[in-house]
Design a protein around this ligand. Structure first.
Ligand code: ADP
Ligand code: MG
Length: 452
């Protein structure tokens, strides 16, 4: 199959050639004709297989005729994180070089000024994170009644508990007669069911089974005998040292852990920096840019970096522990092995992680090879004298993280997500309380005041 068999226009084909693509990926060859025929589409394909172009290319051709009006975008793309939204915008620029379409990027953490100006001038494409989109709507800068096409990238994340109130609200502001496209590498059945209310007779296109990890990734598990975090950090260092790492992402389950692990790696001579939702946007952008350009070797990240980010030559992904949600494993390791390149992933699994790890194995339905390091168990055993080790791990940090993992999936996620989802994006586990919690004081959070 070639791109010119898909029904795309000549200027678009030229942009595709300029991007260096010779043939469409499976999701592109299946989804593009459907989108051009105005169908609603749910597209499932492995990480790094070109889902972005599968919707951006036909959108450009669909929008080529017609004109934008002030404050009334003609299409809307929503994504869970600012970084991903910015990346989709770059894709629009790349594939749209031969078109005169206008675009605005609405993300949190940056000033309103430029966004206001772009909206006033009228845009064909609006790319946004939900929080900032709603803010701009509430400020009267935006009308969504002219939106002909809606794309929800990382759709299952956007329709999960944290984001769903925002998405429901946004969809109510859109005209019911529109084209709606959903894309992801994962799609749990319960979310697919929920998605039906936002689409009209959608065509489901599966270039792969949901949650199928990319074939280009060699996956390994490092089994540890201790729950102690010092042991975990030692193991992480040894694993990194043992493979020839040019660059890699280390994923942690909590923001506090991200900070600690980044500091520890730096202290031990590794070039590492943290990224998570509590850091200022300017720092996040700068750090990601450094990593992208090869100036930073290890990005230590929360799940804010797990979805969608496309840095094609990332060679390694390390999971400091398995993620609380097994689908996130697919996305985390999917930051490597992109666009046909090969990559390796390593997941540290302590005894306390067994349940999470079982869920991952069940989800990905693949045998994951055990990776052993000579002398690691002995080194870890030496970290703690045997007489004290068991009591220390029971009363110390490891116990806390067991509880946190349990909490991570449900109630905490729901209650901690404020309407400003844009500002907490990707980080679904709250930081560990630093002091004793004695009550809510005078401040009653908005979510407690809502009627059920
Ligand atoms: P996904 O959303 O499926 O995870 P992306 O859309 O981020 O994947 O694309 C992954 C990478 O593949 C990008 O760097 C993109 O430039 C590249 N890519 C997309 N389509 C093609 C193609 N047809 N041929 C070669 N590379 C492609
Ligand atoms: Mg993507």
């Amino acid at each position: 199959m070639t791109f010119d068999q898909l029904g795309l226009s000549e200027p678009l084909l030229q942009a595709i050639t300029a991007a260096g693509y010779t043939e469409p990926t499976p999701i592109q060859s299946q989804a593009i004709p459907s989108v051009l025929s105005m169908n609603d589409v749910t597209g499932i394909a492995q990480t790094g297989t070109g889902k972005t172009a599968a919707f951006v290319l036909p959108m450009i051709d669909r929008l080529a005729s017609g004109r934008s009006r002030a404050r009334m975008p003609r299409s809307l793309v929503i994504a869970p994180t600012r970084e991903l939204a910015a990346q989709v915008a770059e894709n629009f620029e790349k594939y749209g070089v031969n078109h005169k379409l206008t675009m605005a990027l609405l993300i949190g953490g940056v000033s309103f000024g430029d966004q206001d100006k772009a909206l006033m001038q009228g845009v064909d494409v609006l790319i946004a994170t939900p929080g900032r989109l709603i803010d701009q709507f509430e400020r009267g800068k935006l009308l969504l009644t002219g939106v002909e096409m809606l794309v929800i990238d990382e759709a299952d994340r956007m329709l999960d508990m944290g984001f769903i109130p925002d998405i429901e609200r946004i969809c109510k502001l859109l005209p019911p007669r529109r084209q709606t496209l959903l894309f992801s590498a994962t799609m749990p059945p319960e979310i697919a069911k929920l998605a039906a209310q936002f689409q009209n007779d959608p065509k489901r296109i599966e270039a792969s089974r949901p949650a199928q990890t990319a074939d280009t990734i060699s996956q390994y598990v490092v089994q540890l005998k201790s729950n102690d975090h010092k042991a975990r950090r030692t193991a992480l260092r040894r694993v990194i040292e043992s493979c020839d790492v040019k660059n890699g992402i280390v994923f942690c389950n909590r923001k506090t852990e991200v900070d600690i692990v980044a500091k520890s790696l730096t202290k031990h001579g590794q070039d590492a920096a943290p990224i998570h939702g509590d850091l200022p946007q300017s720092y996040r952008t700068q750090t990601l840019e450094k990593f992208r350009s090869g100036d930073l070797k290890l990005l230590v990240a929360s799940d804010v970096a797990a979805r969608g980010l496309d840095i094609p030559d990332v060679g390694h992904v390390f999971n400091y522990s398995p993620p609380p949600n097994s689908d996130d494993y697919v996305h985390r390791i999917g930051r490597t092995g992109r666009a046909g390149r090969s990559g390796e992933s390593f997941t540290l699994v302590c005894p306390e992680d067994e349940k999470l790890w079982d869920a991952v194995k069940k989800r990905v339905q693949k045998e994951i090879e055990v990776y052993t390091l000579d002398g690691l168990d002995d080194e870890i055993a030496e970290l703690q004298p045997p007489s004290r080790s068991s009591s220390r791990s029971r009363s110390g940090r490891s116990d806390r993280s067991t509880n946190n993992n349990k909490r991570g999936n449900s109630e905490q996620t729901k209650s901690n997500r404020s309407r400003k989802s844009d500002d907490r994006q990707g980080d679904f586990l709250p930081p560990a309380p630093s002091g004793p919690v004695v009550g809510l004081g005078d401040h009653v959070p908005a979510f407690l005041q809502k009627s059920v």
